[in-house]
Structures are given as C-alpha cells and as structure tokens.
Design a protein around this ligand. Structure first.
Ligand SMILES: [Zn+2]
Length: 116
C-alpha cells in the first residue's frame, strides 16, 4: 500500500510505471537499412533471405525491444538490470522486481552503463 513494488516478466512489453510501450521497430526494417550500407554484411540479399536469417536467430514477433539492459562488467558479466527508456525506472534482471541500481555500481571515472 503506497509502496507497491512492480515486477516485470521476461515478456513484458510495456512499462508498468509510466505505461510506455517497449515494443521497438522490426528487425527486418533494421536489416533492410543495413543492406544499403557500404560493405554491408547482407549486400544483395532479398527480403526473403533476410527474413530466413532473422527466423533462425530471433523469435517472433521479430521486433527489437526498447527495454534497456544494464550491465556492470566489474560486478557481473551479463545484464543485471532492465531499464525503461522513458522513465528510467530499473528492475532486477533476475527477479524482475523493481530495484534501484546500487550507486556503487557506477564507477567514478565516468564510465556509463552499457546497453547490452
Ligand atoms: Zn517507464
């Protein structure tokens, strides 16, 4: 009451605090853009070939998530927190419970958390 802590699941696609959608653009659109780049890894590929590749390595609905993974390599090798890109709230990546990043995880040398 008054201090309810939100919990998110792996499939969470919106922020329980600010309501923002975490559903990002399609992977196909991103790869199509990359296809146009010089020395592109997928130069000359058809949309069908791109889709085949996407189906192999990603899962439906083949969209990016806007949810930000925070990693602190000096603490743990992997994502420790999820963060909403809009309200910046954070959740423990293991329990899904809303939790602030301990201040000591941020180093003083200005090293920022890396999107994972
Ligand atoms: Zn939010």
């Amino acid at each position: 009451m008054g201090c309810a802590v939100t919990i998110i699941t792996n499939k969470q696609d919106y922020c329980p605090l600010c309501g923002a959608s975490w559903v990002g653009g399609t992977i196909l659109d991103t790869f199509k853009q990359q296809r146009e780049e010089e020395n592109s890894w997928c130069k000359g590929w058809t949309d069908e070939q791109l889709m085949e590749d996407i189906a192999k390595y990603y899962s439906p609905p083949y969209r990016w998530s806007r949810k930000i993974g925070l990693a602190f390599p000096h603490v743990y090798d992997g994502t420790l927190f999820w963060q909403c890109p809009d309200c910046m709230a954070t959740w423990d990546a293991f329990t899904g419970r809303e939790k602030a990043v301990p201040p000591e995880y941020y180093k003083e040398d200005g090293w920022p958390p890396q999107p994972f």
